[in-house]
Write a protein that binds this ligand. Structure first.
Ligand code: NAD
Length: 480
């Protein structure tokens, strides 16, 4: 890629000049971001339609609305987030002051994802801007219409001296990763996450990895039967209603009690029809499979005879139009690819258990998921899920909406990634928290200095053993 070093040198100079640190700059960029989404709503719908057939309503819910909401929140809070926070000072060090001052990392790289190519690229950018960084934005080449749109349009709104959009494929990513960044924020697969982290290690660059994995949904038969229609809607929404299952927070597979399975399958089939019609291939509310590679990967999963035998609903495909019908599978082998790799598509395996409490062992003996969904009324079971499993998050009795809840950190743990963002967490993710301590020259505690003697030893021990108020009282003879 020509001129990358020059671009980075320019960005470093911009950062050094202090241009992006002021609250005025940050607010102007956040305002420009809001203007960008407002002015370009129709164009964004168009490019999302071209890349993955996303319906405008879905596009607004998952992309435009998310970005606008996030920019508005940051605009109203950025000054508060930037303000240094006072810390407590041990009494022994009085008079002194302690402060935590957020400072921008510097030049950051954001590598976006194709499935939500607007929100998963611009939402991290909002965090980086709020924190006062200069940014290279790399949209995913796998959603080409969205990538070109961002590359063309973002510079018309945002400060192009501080924010650059660089387009390209794997070769461009490789070259970008060779550079010395102050922070890398990556959304994508575990495989590329490892590549990003290896590259970042060469420069000791901090990274946030927003990865995926197999996110399960548990359905407990204690769920109120009156709520089952709502539950089915929320399950179908999380498997087929957001990017056709090509979402990191999609339900990957379900765990249900055996006696409940046929009832659930029946209800899911009815709900799929309600959402996408008798013939979902004609539905405008169902996104398409992104590209040939993804389609072939999903087709290969389905071609396995043991998997075909497990299909209980759907299962038809059309290679020409890259269509895969919403498909439900019952008890595919646990060692098959569909149960060991992230599905990332419109296939839903249902695994039956004799006792729903076994779901805890099922989940905790596998890599930590990005999210666990659980439909249950049983408060004890909820507590067990929380205390005996680990995941990026847990959502009870609903799906997907945790993503739009700015007060919650969004991110994985273990193989589903690390680091978090959304709301204030985005600001924190792109900030270094600088610790500042200021002291005066009087009074002076001599026991902290050599030469050492037994008195100083005892004094220092006391200093650590008591809280400092306690130590003061002790020294004043008011405490035994
Ligand atoms: P991917 O990891 O295959 O690709 C991401 C980017 O990495 C692409 O732009 C690609 O050019 C680049 N890349 C690929 N090979 C590379 C290499 N060898 N060196 C350098 N760069 C390389 O991911 P994807 O297919 O775009 O997205 C699917 C994955 O992303 C799923 O696992 C999904 O769960 C995850 N995801 C996670 C989140 C989240 O927020 N946690 C959101 C969306 C997607």
């Amino acid at each position: 890629m020509e001129g990358l070093e020059g671009t980075l040198a320019e960005l470093r100079d911009t950062f050094k000049s202090g241009r992006t640190r002021s609250v005025a700059w940050r607010k102007s960029q956040l305002r420009a971001m809001i203007e960008f989404v407002q002015d370009n709503e129709e164009e964004i719908f168009k490019v999302l339609g071209q890349d993955m057939g996303k319906h405008p309503v879905e596009a607004y819910r998952d992309e435009v609305g998310i970005v606008a909401k996030s920019a508005r929140l940051s605009l109203s809070c950025v000054e508060k987030w930037m303000a240094p926070r006072k810390g407590n000072i041990p009494l022994a060090f009085f008079p002194a002051s302690a402060e935590v001052m957020p400072e921008p990392f510097g030049v950051v790289l954001i590598m976006g994802s194709w499935n939500f190519p607007i929100s998963l690229t611009l939402d991290p950018l909002i965090g980086a801007i709020s924190a006062g960084n200069v940014v290279v934005l790399k949209p995913s080449e796998l959603s080409p219409a969205c990538s070109s749109f961002l590359a063309e349009t973002i510079p018309q709104y945002l400060d192009h001296k501080s924010i650059k959009v660089i387009e390209g494929g794997i070769d461009v990513c490789e070259q970008l990763l060779q550079q010395n960044w102050d922070k890398i924020f990556f959304t994508g697969s575990q495989r590329v996450g490892r590549i990003v982290m290896t590259a970042a290690a060469q420069h000791l660059t901090p990274v946030t990895l927003e990865l995926g994995g197999k996110s399960p949904a548990i359905l407990d038969s204690s769920s109120n039967p009156a709520n089952m229609k709502v539950i089915a809607k929320r399950i179908v929404a999380a498997k087929w209603g957001s990017c056709s299952g090509q979402a990191c927070i999609a339900i990957d597979y379900m765990l249900v009690e055996e006696k409940f399975a046929s009832y659930l399958i029946d209800l899911l089939e009815k709900t799929i029809k309600q959402f996408f019609g008798e013939n979902p291939r004609e539905s405008k509310s169902l996104c398409k499979i992104l590209n040939k590679n993804n389609f072939k990967r999903l087709l290969d999963l389905l071609k396995d005879p043991l998997i075909r035998a497990a299909v209980v609903s759907g299962g038809s495909v059309n290679e020409e139009t890259m269509y895969i019908e919403p498909t439900i599978l019952l008890n595919p082998p646990l060692d098959s690819q569909i149960m060991t790799e992230e599905i990332f598509g419109p296939l839903l395996p249902i695994i039956t258990l004799n006792n729903i409490h076994d779901s805890i062992e099922f989940i905790s003996s596998r890599p930590k998921p990005l999210v666990i969904y659980a439909f249950t009324r049983d408060e004890t079971f909820k507590k067990q899920i929380l205390s005996k499993t680990s995941s990026g998050g847990v959502t009870f009795n609903d799906t997907l909406i945790q993503f739009a809840c700015d007060s919650l950190p969004f991110g994985g743990v273990g193989q589903s990634g690390f680091g978090r963002y959304h709301g204030k967490y985005s600001f924190d993710t792109f900030s270094h928290e600088k610790a500042i301590l200021q002291r005066r020259f009087f009074p002076e505690l001599e026991p902290r200095y050599p030469p050492w003697n037994d008195f100083k030893f005892q004094f220092i021990k006391l200093l650590y053993a008591f809280n400092y108020i306690g130590l003061l009282l002790l020294l004043l003879g008011l405490k035994k």
